[in-house]
Design a protein around this ligand. Structure first.
Ligand code: PLP
Length: 411
């Protein structure tokens, strides 16, 4: 196949370069993502630039990943320094950075003695480890929620609700029971002595920024304890300060049996983690029962340490709460009937629309220099870098009526 550059007919300069790259992408890259919206080249703080030199305010942060924004000097320095020292070792060895990051996470989580961390490379891989943890209880069943998203590998996919993601690959892992999210009675009814684990997101992210109703996580904690099942909270999107505390479970005042992490942890460098709480749960997986070649390598751990240090040093947990609240107030002040409300916590934000306009709003926003996400037909999701300032958030709130006008949404 011809893989050479085909300069786009008639277009020259930066626009031609973008078209050329998109053409080459479509001829060389597996078509699982559809056509990319832009070709990005550079980022600084909360802004990114495409190959045509156009500037965007990044209010999505690589889907809740770039916690420190782009090219943060402390993250860049930590990665560069570690790369010059030791990049990879295999898990026959440990490193000072790996131990330091594990201890730091346990401290942040308020984990009791005997708790433990396993590093992996992605969210789905952390979920896979959680599935194996559940299986080691001796009970094969897993309860998940309708609307849940837990990843795309075949184990994680079995837990994911969206039929379009799952059905082309069935049969998947058996024994999965999907209950309505937030329904305590349904969870109670589904729990029996065959259920090894209940896996829930504290706020459903891909499902449309849907917070668990008050009291639900506490009920899930009590019910799983009564029935001898593990409570695993998927904090891949909500963790690492996204909701204004290190982990969302801390706002529910409970201790889960395990949590999964990824997205924000490396600030853009791939790293995921499973944290198991207490010696009993941590003892479920023993030597030889799980593994990963790259997981926990010193480069990824150095990135994770830098992210956590900056979040703490710069007070970004508190900032996530205050900036998120200010944004919610700015949207409410619009009093626009086409906007039904703002959901979420901290800087994981869903803007509810009164019609199926979100994809059009997101496209219009991009044309005006805002990166946001139509997570659902009726919901715009924002998950900006935790370093975002109030005025940048406000600029998007103030643009919303114009964006809605431009797509002809009425309400
Ligand atoms: C993104 C996400 C995953 C999957 O993470 P990957 O790194 O894409 O595998 C799993 N669970 C939740 C809640 C997520 O938001």
């Amino acid at each position: 196949m011809n893989q050479e550059a085909h300069p786009h007919a008639g277009l020259v300069g930066p626009a031609g370069r973008a078209e050329d790259l998109l053409d080459r992408y479509s001829r060389s890259y597996l078509q699982v993502f559809g056509r990319p919206q832009r070709v990005l080249e550079r980022g600084q703080g909360v802004r990114v630039w495409d190959v045509q030199g156009r500037e965007y305010l990044d209010l999505l942060a690589g889907i809740a990943v770039n916690a420190l924004g782009h090219s943060h000097p402390d993250l860049v320095a930590a990665i560069a320094e570690q790369a010059g020292q030791l990049i990879h070792t295999s898990n026959f060895f440990t490193t000072p950075t790996q131990v330091a990051l594990a201890e730091r996470l346990l401290g942040m989580a308020g984990a009791p003695a005997g708790s433990a961390v396993l590093f992996v490379n992605s969210g789905a891989e952390a979920i896979e480890a959680a599935i194996k943890l559940g299986r080691r209880t001796g009970r094969p069943g897993i309860i998940t929620a309708q609307g849940a998203f837990h990843g795309r590998t075949t184990g994680a996919l079995a837990l994911t609700a969206k039929a379009a993601y799952r059905e082309p690959f069935e049969p998947l892992l058996p024994g999965i029971n999907r209950v309505p999210f937030g329904d305590e009675a349904a969870l109670r009814a589904a729990l029996d002595d065959q259920v090894g684990a209940v896996i829930l997101e504290p706020i459903q992210g891909e499902g449309g920024v849907v917070p668990a109703p008050p009291g639900y996580l506490q009920s899930a904690r009590e019910l799983t304890r009564e029935h001898g099942a593990l409570l695993v909270l998927d904090e891949i999107q909500t963790g690492i300060g996204r909701t204004g505390t290190w982990f969302a479970f801390q706002q529910a005042g409970i201790t889960p049996d395990a949590i999964t992490l990824a997205k924000g942890l490396g600030g853009g460098f791939p790293i995921g983690a499973l944290i198991t709480f207490g010696p009993e749960v941590s003892g479920l997986l023993s030597a030889g029962q799980h593994g990963t070649t790259f997981g926990g390598n010193p480069l990824a751990c150095a990135a994770g340490l830098a992210v956590l240090e900056v979040i703490e040093r710069d007070g970004l947990l508190g900032a996530a709460r205050t900036v998120g609240q200010a944004f919610t107030q700015a949207v409410a002040a619009l009093q626009d009937p086409r906007i039904t409300g703002v959901r979420g916590e901290g800087l994981l934000i869903g803007i509810g629309l009164a019609g199926p306009w979100a994809p059009h709003v997101a496209t219009a926003a991009l044309d005006r220099g805002f990166i946001v996400n139509a997570v659902r037909e009726d919901t715009i999701r924002l998950a900006p870098p935790l370093i975002v300032q109030e005025d940048d958030m406000t600029s998007f709130a103030l643009a919303l009526p114009t964006l809605l006008d431009s797509i002809g949404g009425d309400g």
